[in-house]
Ligand binder design. Structure first.
Ligand code: TZP
Ligand code: MG
Length: 212
């Protein structure tokens, strides 16, 4: 089970998102207040095969020790192999129905959406939570048009499952996202590229904790 509180500060990282040791970055991020982690091995210099599995095992272990849910992006087989707490799928990935056939009953599935229509459909198809974005422009997903804060309000009005906002989220805009009705924020750059991941996570948490 992934509950709404778990989604408050959702950190996403793969080996391509940091020049540092990803395990070190993840430990710091959790110490700073990250509440859920997604292993997303995407980009130019990604690990494949056994290397991808090995890094996943390390990151999974850190989450387990620190009591933070561990989610795997895209790769259902890897999620099962690592004993993940959930899997996250995009619009271009395997449909929820097919994913559910491979996964244990009630296994948490997060879905990326950019529109109200996609959000409503994903809920109908059995998504556990939604990643909504990109809210703002972001170098992590170049060329994708930002959907803006209003879309968070529109989607939270139409669906009952929790949503996390993603894309260009940082300290200066975290509060307005929570105020718009999102259960939380999801970040790659704001934590993985910070010199001090613990401090970066703590500052984001401070902003979020101001909004009730
Ligand atoms: N999906 C929508 S935007 C995005 C993803 C995976 C990237 C978010 O990265 P950042 O660096 O926090 O803007
Ligand atoms: Mg995907």
């Amino acid at each position: 089970m992934i509950n709404e509180k778990d989604l408050l500060l959702y950190f996403i990282m793969g080996s391509d998102n940091t020049k540092r040791n990803p395990s070190q970055v993840l430990q710091e991020a959790i110490d700073g207040g990250v509440t859920i982690f997604q292993y997303r091995e995407k980009g130019l210099h990604v690990k494949k095969g056994e290397d991808k599995i090995q890094l996943g095992k390390q990151l999974r272990k850190i989450c387990q020790e620190k009591g933070v849910p561990f989610i795997v992006n895209d790769d259902i087989d890897l999620a099962i192999q690592l004993g993940a707490d959930g899997v996250h799928l995009g619009q271009g990935d395997e449909p929820i129905k097919e994913a559910r056939e491979k996964l244990p009953n009630n296994f948490p599935i997060g879905i990326s959406v950019s529109t109200i229509e996609e959000a409503v459909l994903a809920e109908q198809q059995g998504a556990s939570y939604l990643g909504v974005g990109p809210i703002f422009e972001t170098a992590t997903k170049p060329g994708k048009k930002p959907i803006g804060i209003q879309t968070i309000r529109d989607i939270t009005e139409k669906v009952n499952i929790p949503i996390v906002a993603i894309g260009g989220v940082k300290k200066s805009n975290a509060m307005q996202i929570k105020k718009a009705g999102a259960a939380g924020i999801s970040v790659i750059t704001a934590i993985s590229q910070a010199g001090d991941a613990e401090q970066a996570a703590r500052e984001l948490r401070e902003q979020l904790d101001k909004v009730q």
